[in-house]
Design a protein around this ligand. Sequence first.
Ligand code: F6P
Length: 550
Amino acid sequence: MTTVSLPFASPELAARLAAHAARLAAAPVRDLFATDPARFAALSREAEGLLLDYSRQIIDAPALGALVELAQQAGVPAAIERLFRGEIVNGTEGRPALHVALRDRSGTPLAVGGHDVRSLVSAERARCRDFVSAVAGGARVSATGRRFTDVINVGIGGSDLGPVMAVEALRSYARTGLEVHFVSNIDGVQFADLARRLDPATTLVLVCSKTFTTLETLTNARLARQWVAERLGEAAVPRHFAAVSVNHRAMDAFGVAQDARFAMWDWVGGRYSMWSAIGLAIELAVGSEHFEALLDGAYAIDAHFRSAPLPENLPVLLGLLGVWNRHYLDCASLAVLPYDSRLHRFPAYLQQLSMESNGKRVRRDGRTVEWPTEPVIWGEPGSNSQHSFFQLLHQGTSRIALDFLLPARSSVGLAESQELAAANCLAQAEAFARGYTLEEATAELLAKGLPAERAAELARHKVHVGKRPSSVLAFERLDPATLGKLVALYEHKVYVESVLWDINPFDQWGVELGKHLAERLAPAVRGERRLDDRPGVQALIDRLADWRRT
Ligand code: F6P
């Protein structure tokens, strides 16, 4: 347990929280999980079709009550209002963070910088819908007059992870017949693989970059441009490219046609942008109706987040549990484990959302934080993950928090398979909570007929200490609306945590240093200059150059 208190807790509350944590740490596993039949009712909440079962967290009602007091003392309700009202919540960049406006269904006007955000958003939504309908319906064809069959989304970070995660998650809802692909990485491998098998004459390239200055995206977009121009002629380029950005000058320079440009705004952060035109790849895959359902789902959680009392508020609860596990249980990482392979990119999406937002060590006012902030987020779908890293989760020396995501229905109509997935998910959640004692292990081995000495020896290896904190987030099925709810839930969880940690979740200065250095180093790697001020790096560059020559 961290000895430093959280920023906004009064000394009395901080002492009470620490006492709860110490009491729960000392409580035998079975006392926590076995003796209270009402635990599920007390420690689970359902809203908007999402059931959050946190009865396997190392928490109880009094400790949770103290956490809710912490949320009050930290000003979470006022912070929620500041977000929705479009106040400047991103202090270092002097901006609001209005991803919620992108899916707002309330009709409430909202002005930012003299513009009505609502009309900007709905005008751009209408343009996206028209574009999708024209591409999918064959009204907008390629330079050769053929229908587009494939779309390549070129982007990285928030201009890639949300779209790719959602396109994968909603494969069962693909309706347009367009095959959507993604190119993000700087090394060109994804592009080369696609260029080998796609026909440029039927491929639309969508360049997504809020800034249109990101090296990876510009490099890949130029490769794609060259591919189209070489095969179809320079004049074909405007027909084969669309782009989403705030940077109109860069889109001019690239040659993106006026009617294939879509707006982004400064008040939408990259990792919060899949609801904007950055989500065009999703809409091109699943169609506008399903994309609207995704927005509806997110709005349902927005409305819940804004209005539900703190103890009933799912994003608040998730945020409080996140802070509790990080601060009082020393959980330095959170594994996200979806029991539906369609969600295989969800952990990667959450990595950027959570770690780029809250992986910070400076408070809003510039002081250094004294408490741990964002844990490492990682994960893989169950049950694959059971057969790789679950060993460490069960018996390793670090305690890792776990979020299980569990749909009741199969995404592919294989009900029995999904029932087995559910059984596995729940079995794991139980095993992580309750563990397996030395006595149980010994009894099992003795029952199998092992001699007492051998049973005692082996039993030690079979012990699972348990008390691994987990939540199960269950829902009926992974449809567009549910996906929208899940993403909005985690977005708001991240915001709640940022308030409790007193950090700005909407900037990302930590990605800049490496970017600038890469720009400086690139000419040296190409052999155009030498880095005399960095002999160690130059030595490595020289060795790479040797290999390239041979
Ligand atoms: O990696 C940093 C970052 O700035 C992310 O925040 C952002 O999502 C990504 O780069 C891509 O930025 P852009 O959309 O401007 O190309």
